[in-house]
Design a protein around this ligand. Structure first.
Ligand SMILES: [Fe+2]
Length: 292
C-alpha cells in the first residue's frame, strides 16, 4: 500500500497483522520522532487503523506531547467517582482497577469492556485514542479491535441499502465497563437516554472510505423507527460485528503504546483477575468534524 511505501521511505519498520486491522511499528522512540517519521507513522496509522509501538518509556508529559502531534486533545471524562484522574493533567484518563486509600485511581474496573467507540455519545467524538500500558496483569485484560470498514464492506447489499441515510443514537448513560457516567440519571429507554445522533454509515474524513458507525449496543436507537424495529436492525448489524474476521487483539506488555483510529474501529477488553493490577494512561485527539 501507499502508506507502507511512505513508511519505508522514512525508515519505519511497519509489520502488518494481515487481519485488515492493526500493525506494529518497530524500532522507534515516540519521544524523538522527526517530522518525516511522524508523517510516515500517520500514514501507516490511516492504512492500518490501529498501531502498536512496543518498548516505550513515556512519562505522562511525553504521552501528551506525542498525542498532540495529531491535533488538539480532548479533556478526559470525569471518573465514575467524580474525581479528575491526574491533578494538573486534565487530558489524561486512567484506565485501572487499582484502589489506593479506598479510592479507585482509574475507571472501568476489572470486568469486560464491551465493544464500543470512545466518546461517540458527544457531537464531535475524538478521532483517535492513545493508550499506554504502565502495568498489566499476567493474563487477561487484552484489548481487541475490529475494522468497521471491513464490517461495512461485508454487509449484504440489501442491508447496506436499508441503513443508508439512517442515524443512530450513541448512548451517553453508561461507559464501556457498564458504569453510569458522572452526572447522568440512568434510563434504560433508548429513546429517552442522553446521547448524540450520528449517521449509521460514516465516511472517514481522511481516507474517504465508508465505515459502519455503531458506537455501543446498550441503549442505542435508530432514529425514526419503532423501538422493536430499531432493536432488530441493531441486533442484525451487531451480529456482523461479532462475526467479523477483521479483528486483532493486543496482548499487552508494559511499555506498549496503542493508537487507534476511533472513526473506523471499535474495541473491547477482556476481563482479568481482580487481584491483579492493570494501569493504563489514555489520551484522546479531538475530532475535526462531526461524523457525516
Ligand atoms: Fe474505550
Amino acid at each position: 500500500m501507499m502508506g507502507d511505501l511512505l513508511a519505508s521511505r522514512v525508515g519505519l519498520d511497519v509489520v502488518e497483522t494481515e487481519k485488515g486491522v492493526g500493525a506494529e511499528v518497530r524500532g522507534i522512540d515516540l519521544r524523538t520522532l522527526d517530522d518525516r517519521q511522524f508523517a510516515g507513522l500517520h500514514q501507516a496509522w490511516l492504512d492500518n487503523l490501529v498501531l502498536l509501538v512496543r518498548d516505550q518509556s513515556l512519562s505522562d508529559a511525553d504521552l501528551i506531547a506525542f498525542s498532540r502531534r495529531f491535533g488538539d486533545l480532548d479533556l478526559a471524562p470525569i471518573q465514575e467517582t467524580g474525581r479528575r484522574f491526574v491533578e494538573g493533567l486534565p487530558e489524561l484518563y486512567v484506565v485501572s482497577n487499582v484502589v489506593e486509600g479506598g479510592l479507585p485511581i482509574g475507571s472501568l474496573g476489572n470486568g469486560e469492556a464491551v465493544w464500543h467507540t470512545d466518546m461517540s455519545y458527544i457531537e464531535q467524538p475524538p478521532q483517535a485514542s492513545a493508550l499506554y500500558a504502565l502495568e498489566v496483569p499476567p493474563t487477561g485484560g487484552n484489548t481487541s479491535f475490529v475494522s468497521m470498514y471491513a464490517v461495512y464492506d461485508a454487509l449484504p447489499d440489501a442491508l447496506k441499502a436499508r441503513i443508508a441515510g439512517l442515524r443512530v443514537k450513541h448512548d451517553g448513560t453508561y461507559n464501556s465497563g457498564g458504569f453510569v457516567r458522572q452526572g447522568v440519571v440512568p434510563s434504560d429507554d433508548p429513546r429517552e437516554a442522553p446521547g448524540a445522533l450520528h449517521p449509521l454509515v460514516y465516511t472517514h474524513p481522511e481516507t474517504g472510505r465508508p465505515a459502519l458507525y455503531l458506537g455501543r449496543r446498550r441503549n442505542a436507537y435508530v432514529e425514526g423507527l419503532e423501538l422493536a424495529e430499531s432493536e432488530a436492525l441493531l441486533d442484525e448489524l451487531w451480529a456482523q460485528v461479532e462475526a467479523s474476521p477483521a479483528t486483532w487483539t493486543n496482548v499487552w506488555r508494559p511499555g506498549d503504546l496503542v493508537l487507534w483510529d476511533n472513526r473506523c474501529t471499535m474495541h473491547r477488553r477482556d476481563p482479568f483477575d481482580a487481584g491483579e493490577r492493570r494501569v493504563m494512561h489514555r489520551t484522546q485527539i479531538k475530532g475535526e468534524s462531526r461524523p457525516a
